[in-house]
Design a protein around this ligand. Structure first.
Ligand SMILES: Nc1nc2c(ncn2[C@@H]2O[C@H](COP(=O)(O)OP(=O)(O)O)[C@@H](O)[C@H]2O)c(=O)[nH]1
Ligand SMILES: [Mg+2]
Length: 327
């Protein structure tokens, strides 16, 4: 039984529609991975979180070390995963390169401090910048209980990219796992031998149904993930002023407000006074205190520096919540 080296699916050459199809069963990659890697074409796979929870339950039985990979832009929802894991955990906060350099790593680590007693260590990395990988590698070797170490987290958090960087840095093995902007790229468990004493096991991620990635078109999906460090934009808004981010979200300042938006620099933001743009979308109205952020899941976060009221219009299934300021 051959498995695809890109996504972990069992290869088959019988049914073109089903996952794992390849014309030649001797290939290393399924056709879907081949197309993602070579043509940036993506075929949607719908996965059920039940499957992912079953994987976590099986990981629990092993007692092996778990690397829980968390995208720094989606730092708040880790409890949903932690509740399934009783193994020792190293919490890996990734995509550091996208947050402003001025923010201290220690502040980010402090933010998630004591989220679970299983967490042995927390560190901040960037896979694209190869930042802190020696530290990660040392911690993995220090805490692993057998040669197997599982890598888990939300889909798109950066698990496969991190493993590829581990391969690049520390392994003679050359094969790479498929990564992409879109959810559900990794389909099944993939064992990656880093050396004789260490095997990293990649897993498909849990889907976050409130993430905007599930609800916007391909053109905008490409913009969601910034290519370089985010330059936050600060606005002092008079009441009845509105910010419109392309055709995706509308933010009304009901009171005067002072806000800083952390969003991919690829999106254009326009300011209006008394507009009716996008007011057909559903909305939430939030009273926000100084020292809080509003998170629009998967799109941006907004740091608020004076108490204010914002009304946010967006497609109804996208989750919006308040949290203690991250930065
Ligand atoms: N800027 C930046 N992007 C990253 C980093 N790690 C992963 N990504 C991007 O995040 C997206 C999802 O990564 P992937 O590894 O496929 O996520 P997975 O679903 O958790 O395996 C891809 O577009 C990656 O290029 C990082 O450290 N910095
Ligand atoms: Mg993956």
């Amino acid at each position: 039984m051959n498995k695809c080296k890109g996504c972990g699916v069992v290869l088959q050459n019988e049914d073109e529609i089903q996952l794992g199809f390849t014309k030649n069963i001797e290939n290393n990659l399924c056709e879907r991975c081949f197309r993602i890697i070579n043509y940036n074409e993506y075929k949607e796979v719908v996965k059920d979180n039940k499957e992912f929870i079953k994987i976590l339950e099986n990981i629990n039985k092993t007692k092996d070390l778990v690397l829980l990979v968390v995208d720094l832009f989606n730092i708040n929802k880790i409890e949903n995963i932690l509740k399934y894991i009783s193994n020792d955990i190293i919490l890996v906060l990734t995509k550091r390169d996208l947050l402003p350099k001025s923010v201290k790593d220690s502040k980010l680590i402090e933010y998630v401090n004591k989220c679970s007693k299983n967490v042995k260590e927390t560190l901040v990395i960037s896979s694209t910048k190869n930042y802190n990988f020696d530290l990660l590698f040392n911690l993995v070797n220090k805490y692993k209980l057998s040669k197997n170490v599982y890598v888990v987290g939300y889909t798109n958090s950066g698990k496969s990219t991190m493993i590829n960087k581990m391969i690049y840095n520390y392994s003679l093995n050359e094969s790479q796992i498929t990564t992409s902007l879109l959810p559900n790229t990794t389909v099944d468990l993939i064992k990656v031998n880093i050396n004789d004493d260490l095997t990293l096991i990649d897993t498909p991620g849990i889907l976050d149904s409130g993430n905007i990635i599930n609800y916007i078109d391909k053109k905008n999906i490409k913009k969601l993930l910034p290519k370089k460090e985010i330059k936050p934009i600060t606005y002092q808004l008079k009441k009845e002023t509105t910010l419109v981010i392309e055709d995706i979200v509308r933010i009304d300042s009901i009171t005067d407000s002072n806000i800083t938006i952390f969003i991919s620099n690829l999106f254009k933001i326009n300011r209006y006074y008394k507009t009716d743009k996008l007011n057909n979308l559903s909305f939430v109205k939030l009273d926000i205190l100084k020292g809080e952020d509003v998170v629009i899941n998967g799109l941006c976060f907004i740091k608020v520096t004076t108490n204010c009221t914002l009304k946010i219009y967006i497609t109804k299934d996208v989750e919006i919540y308040k949290r203690k300021s991250l930065i």
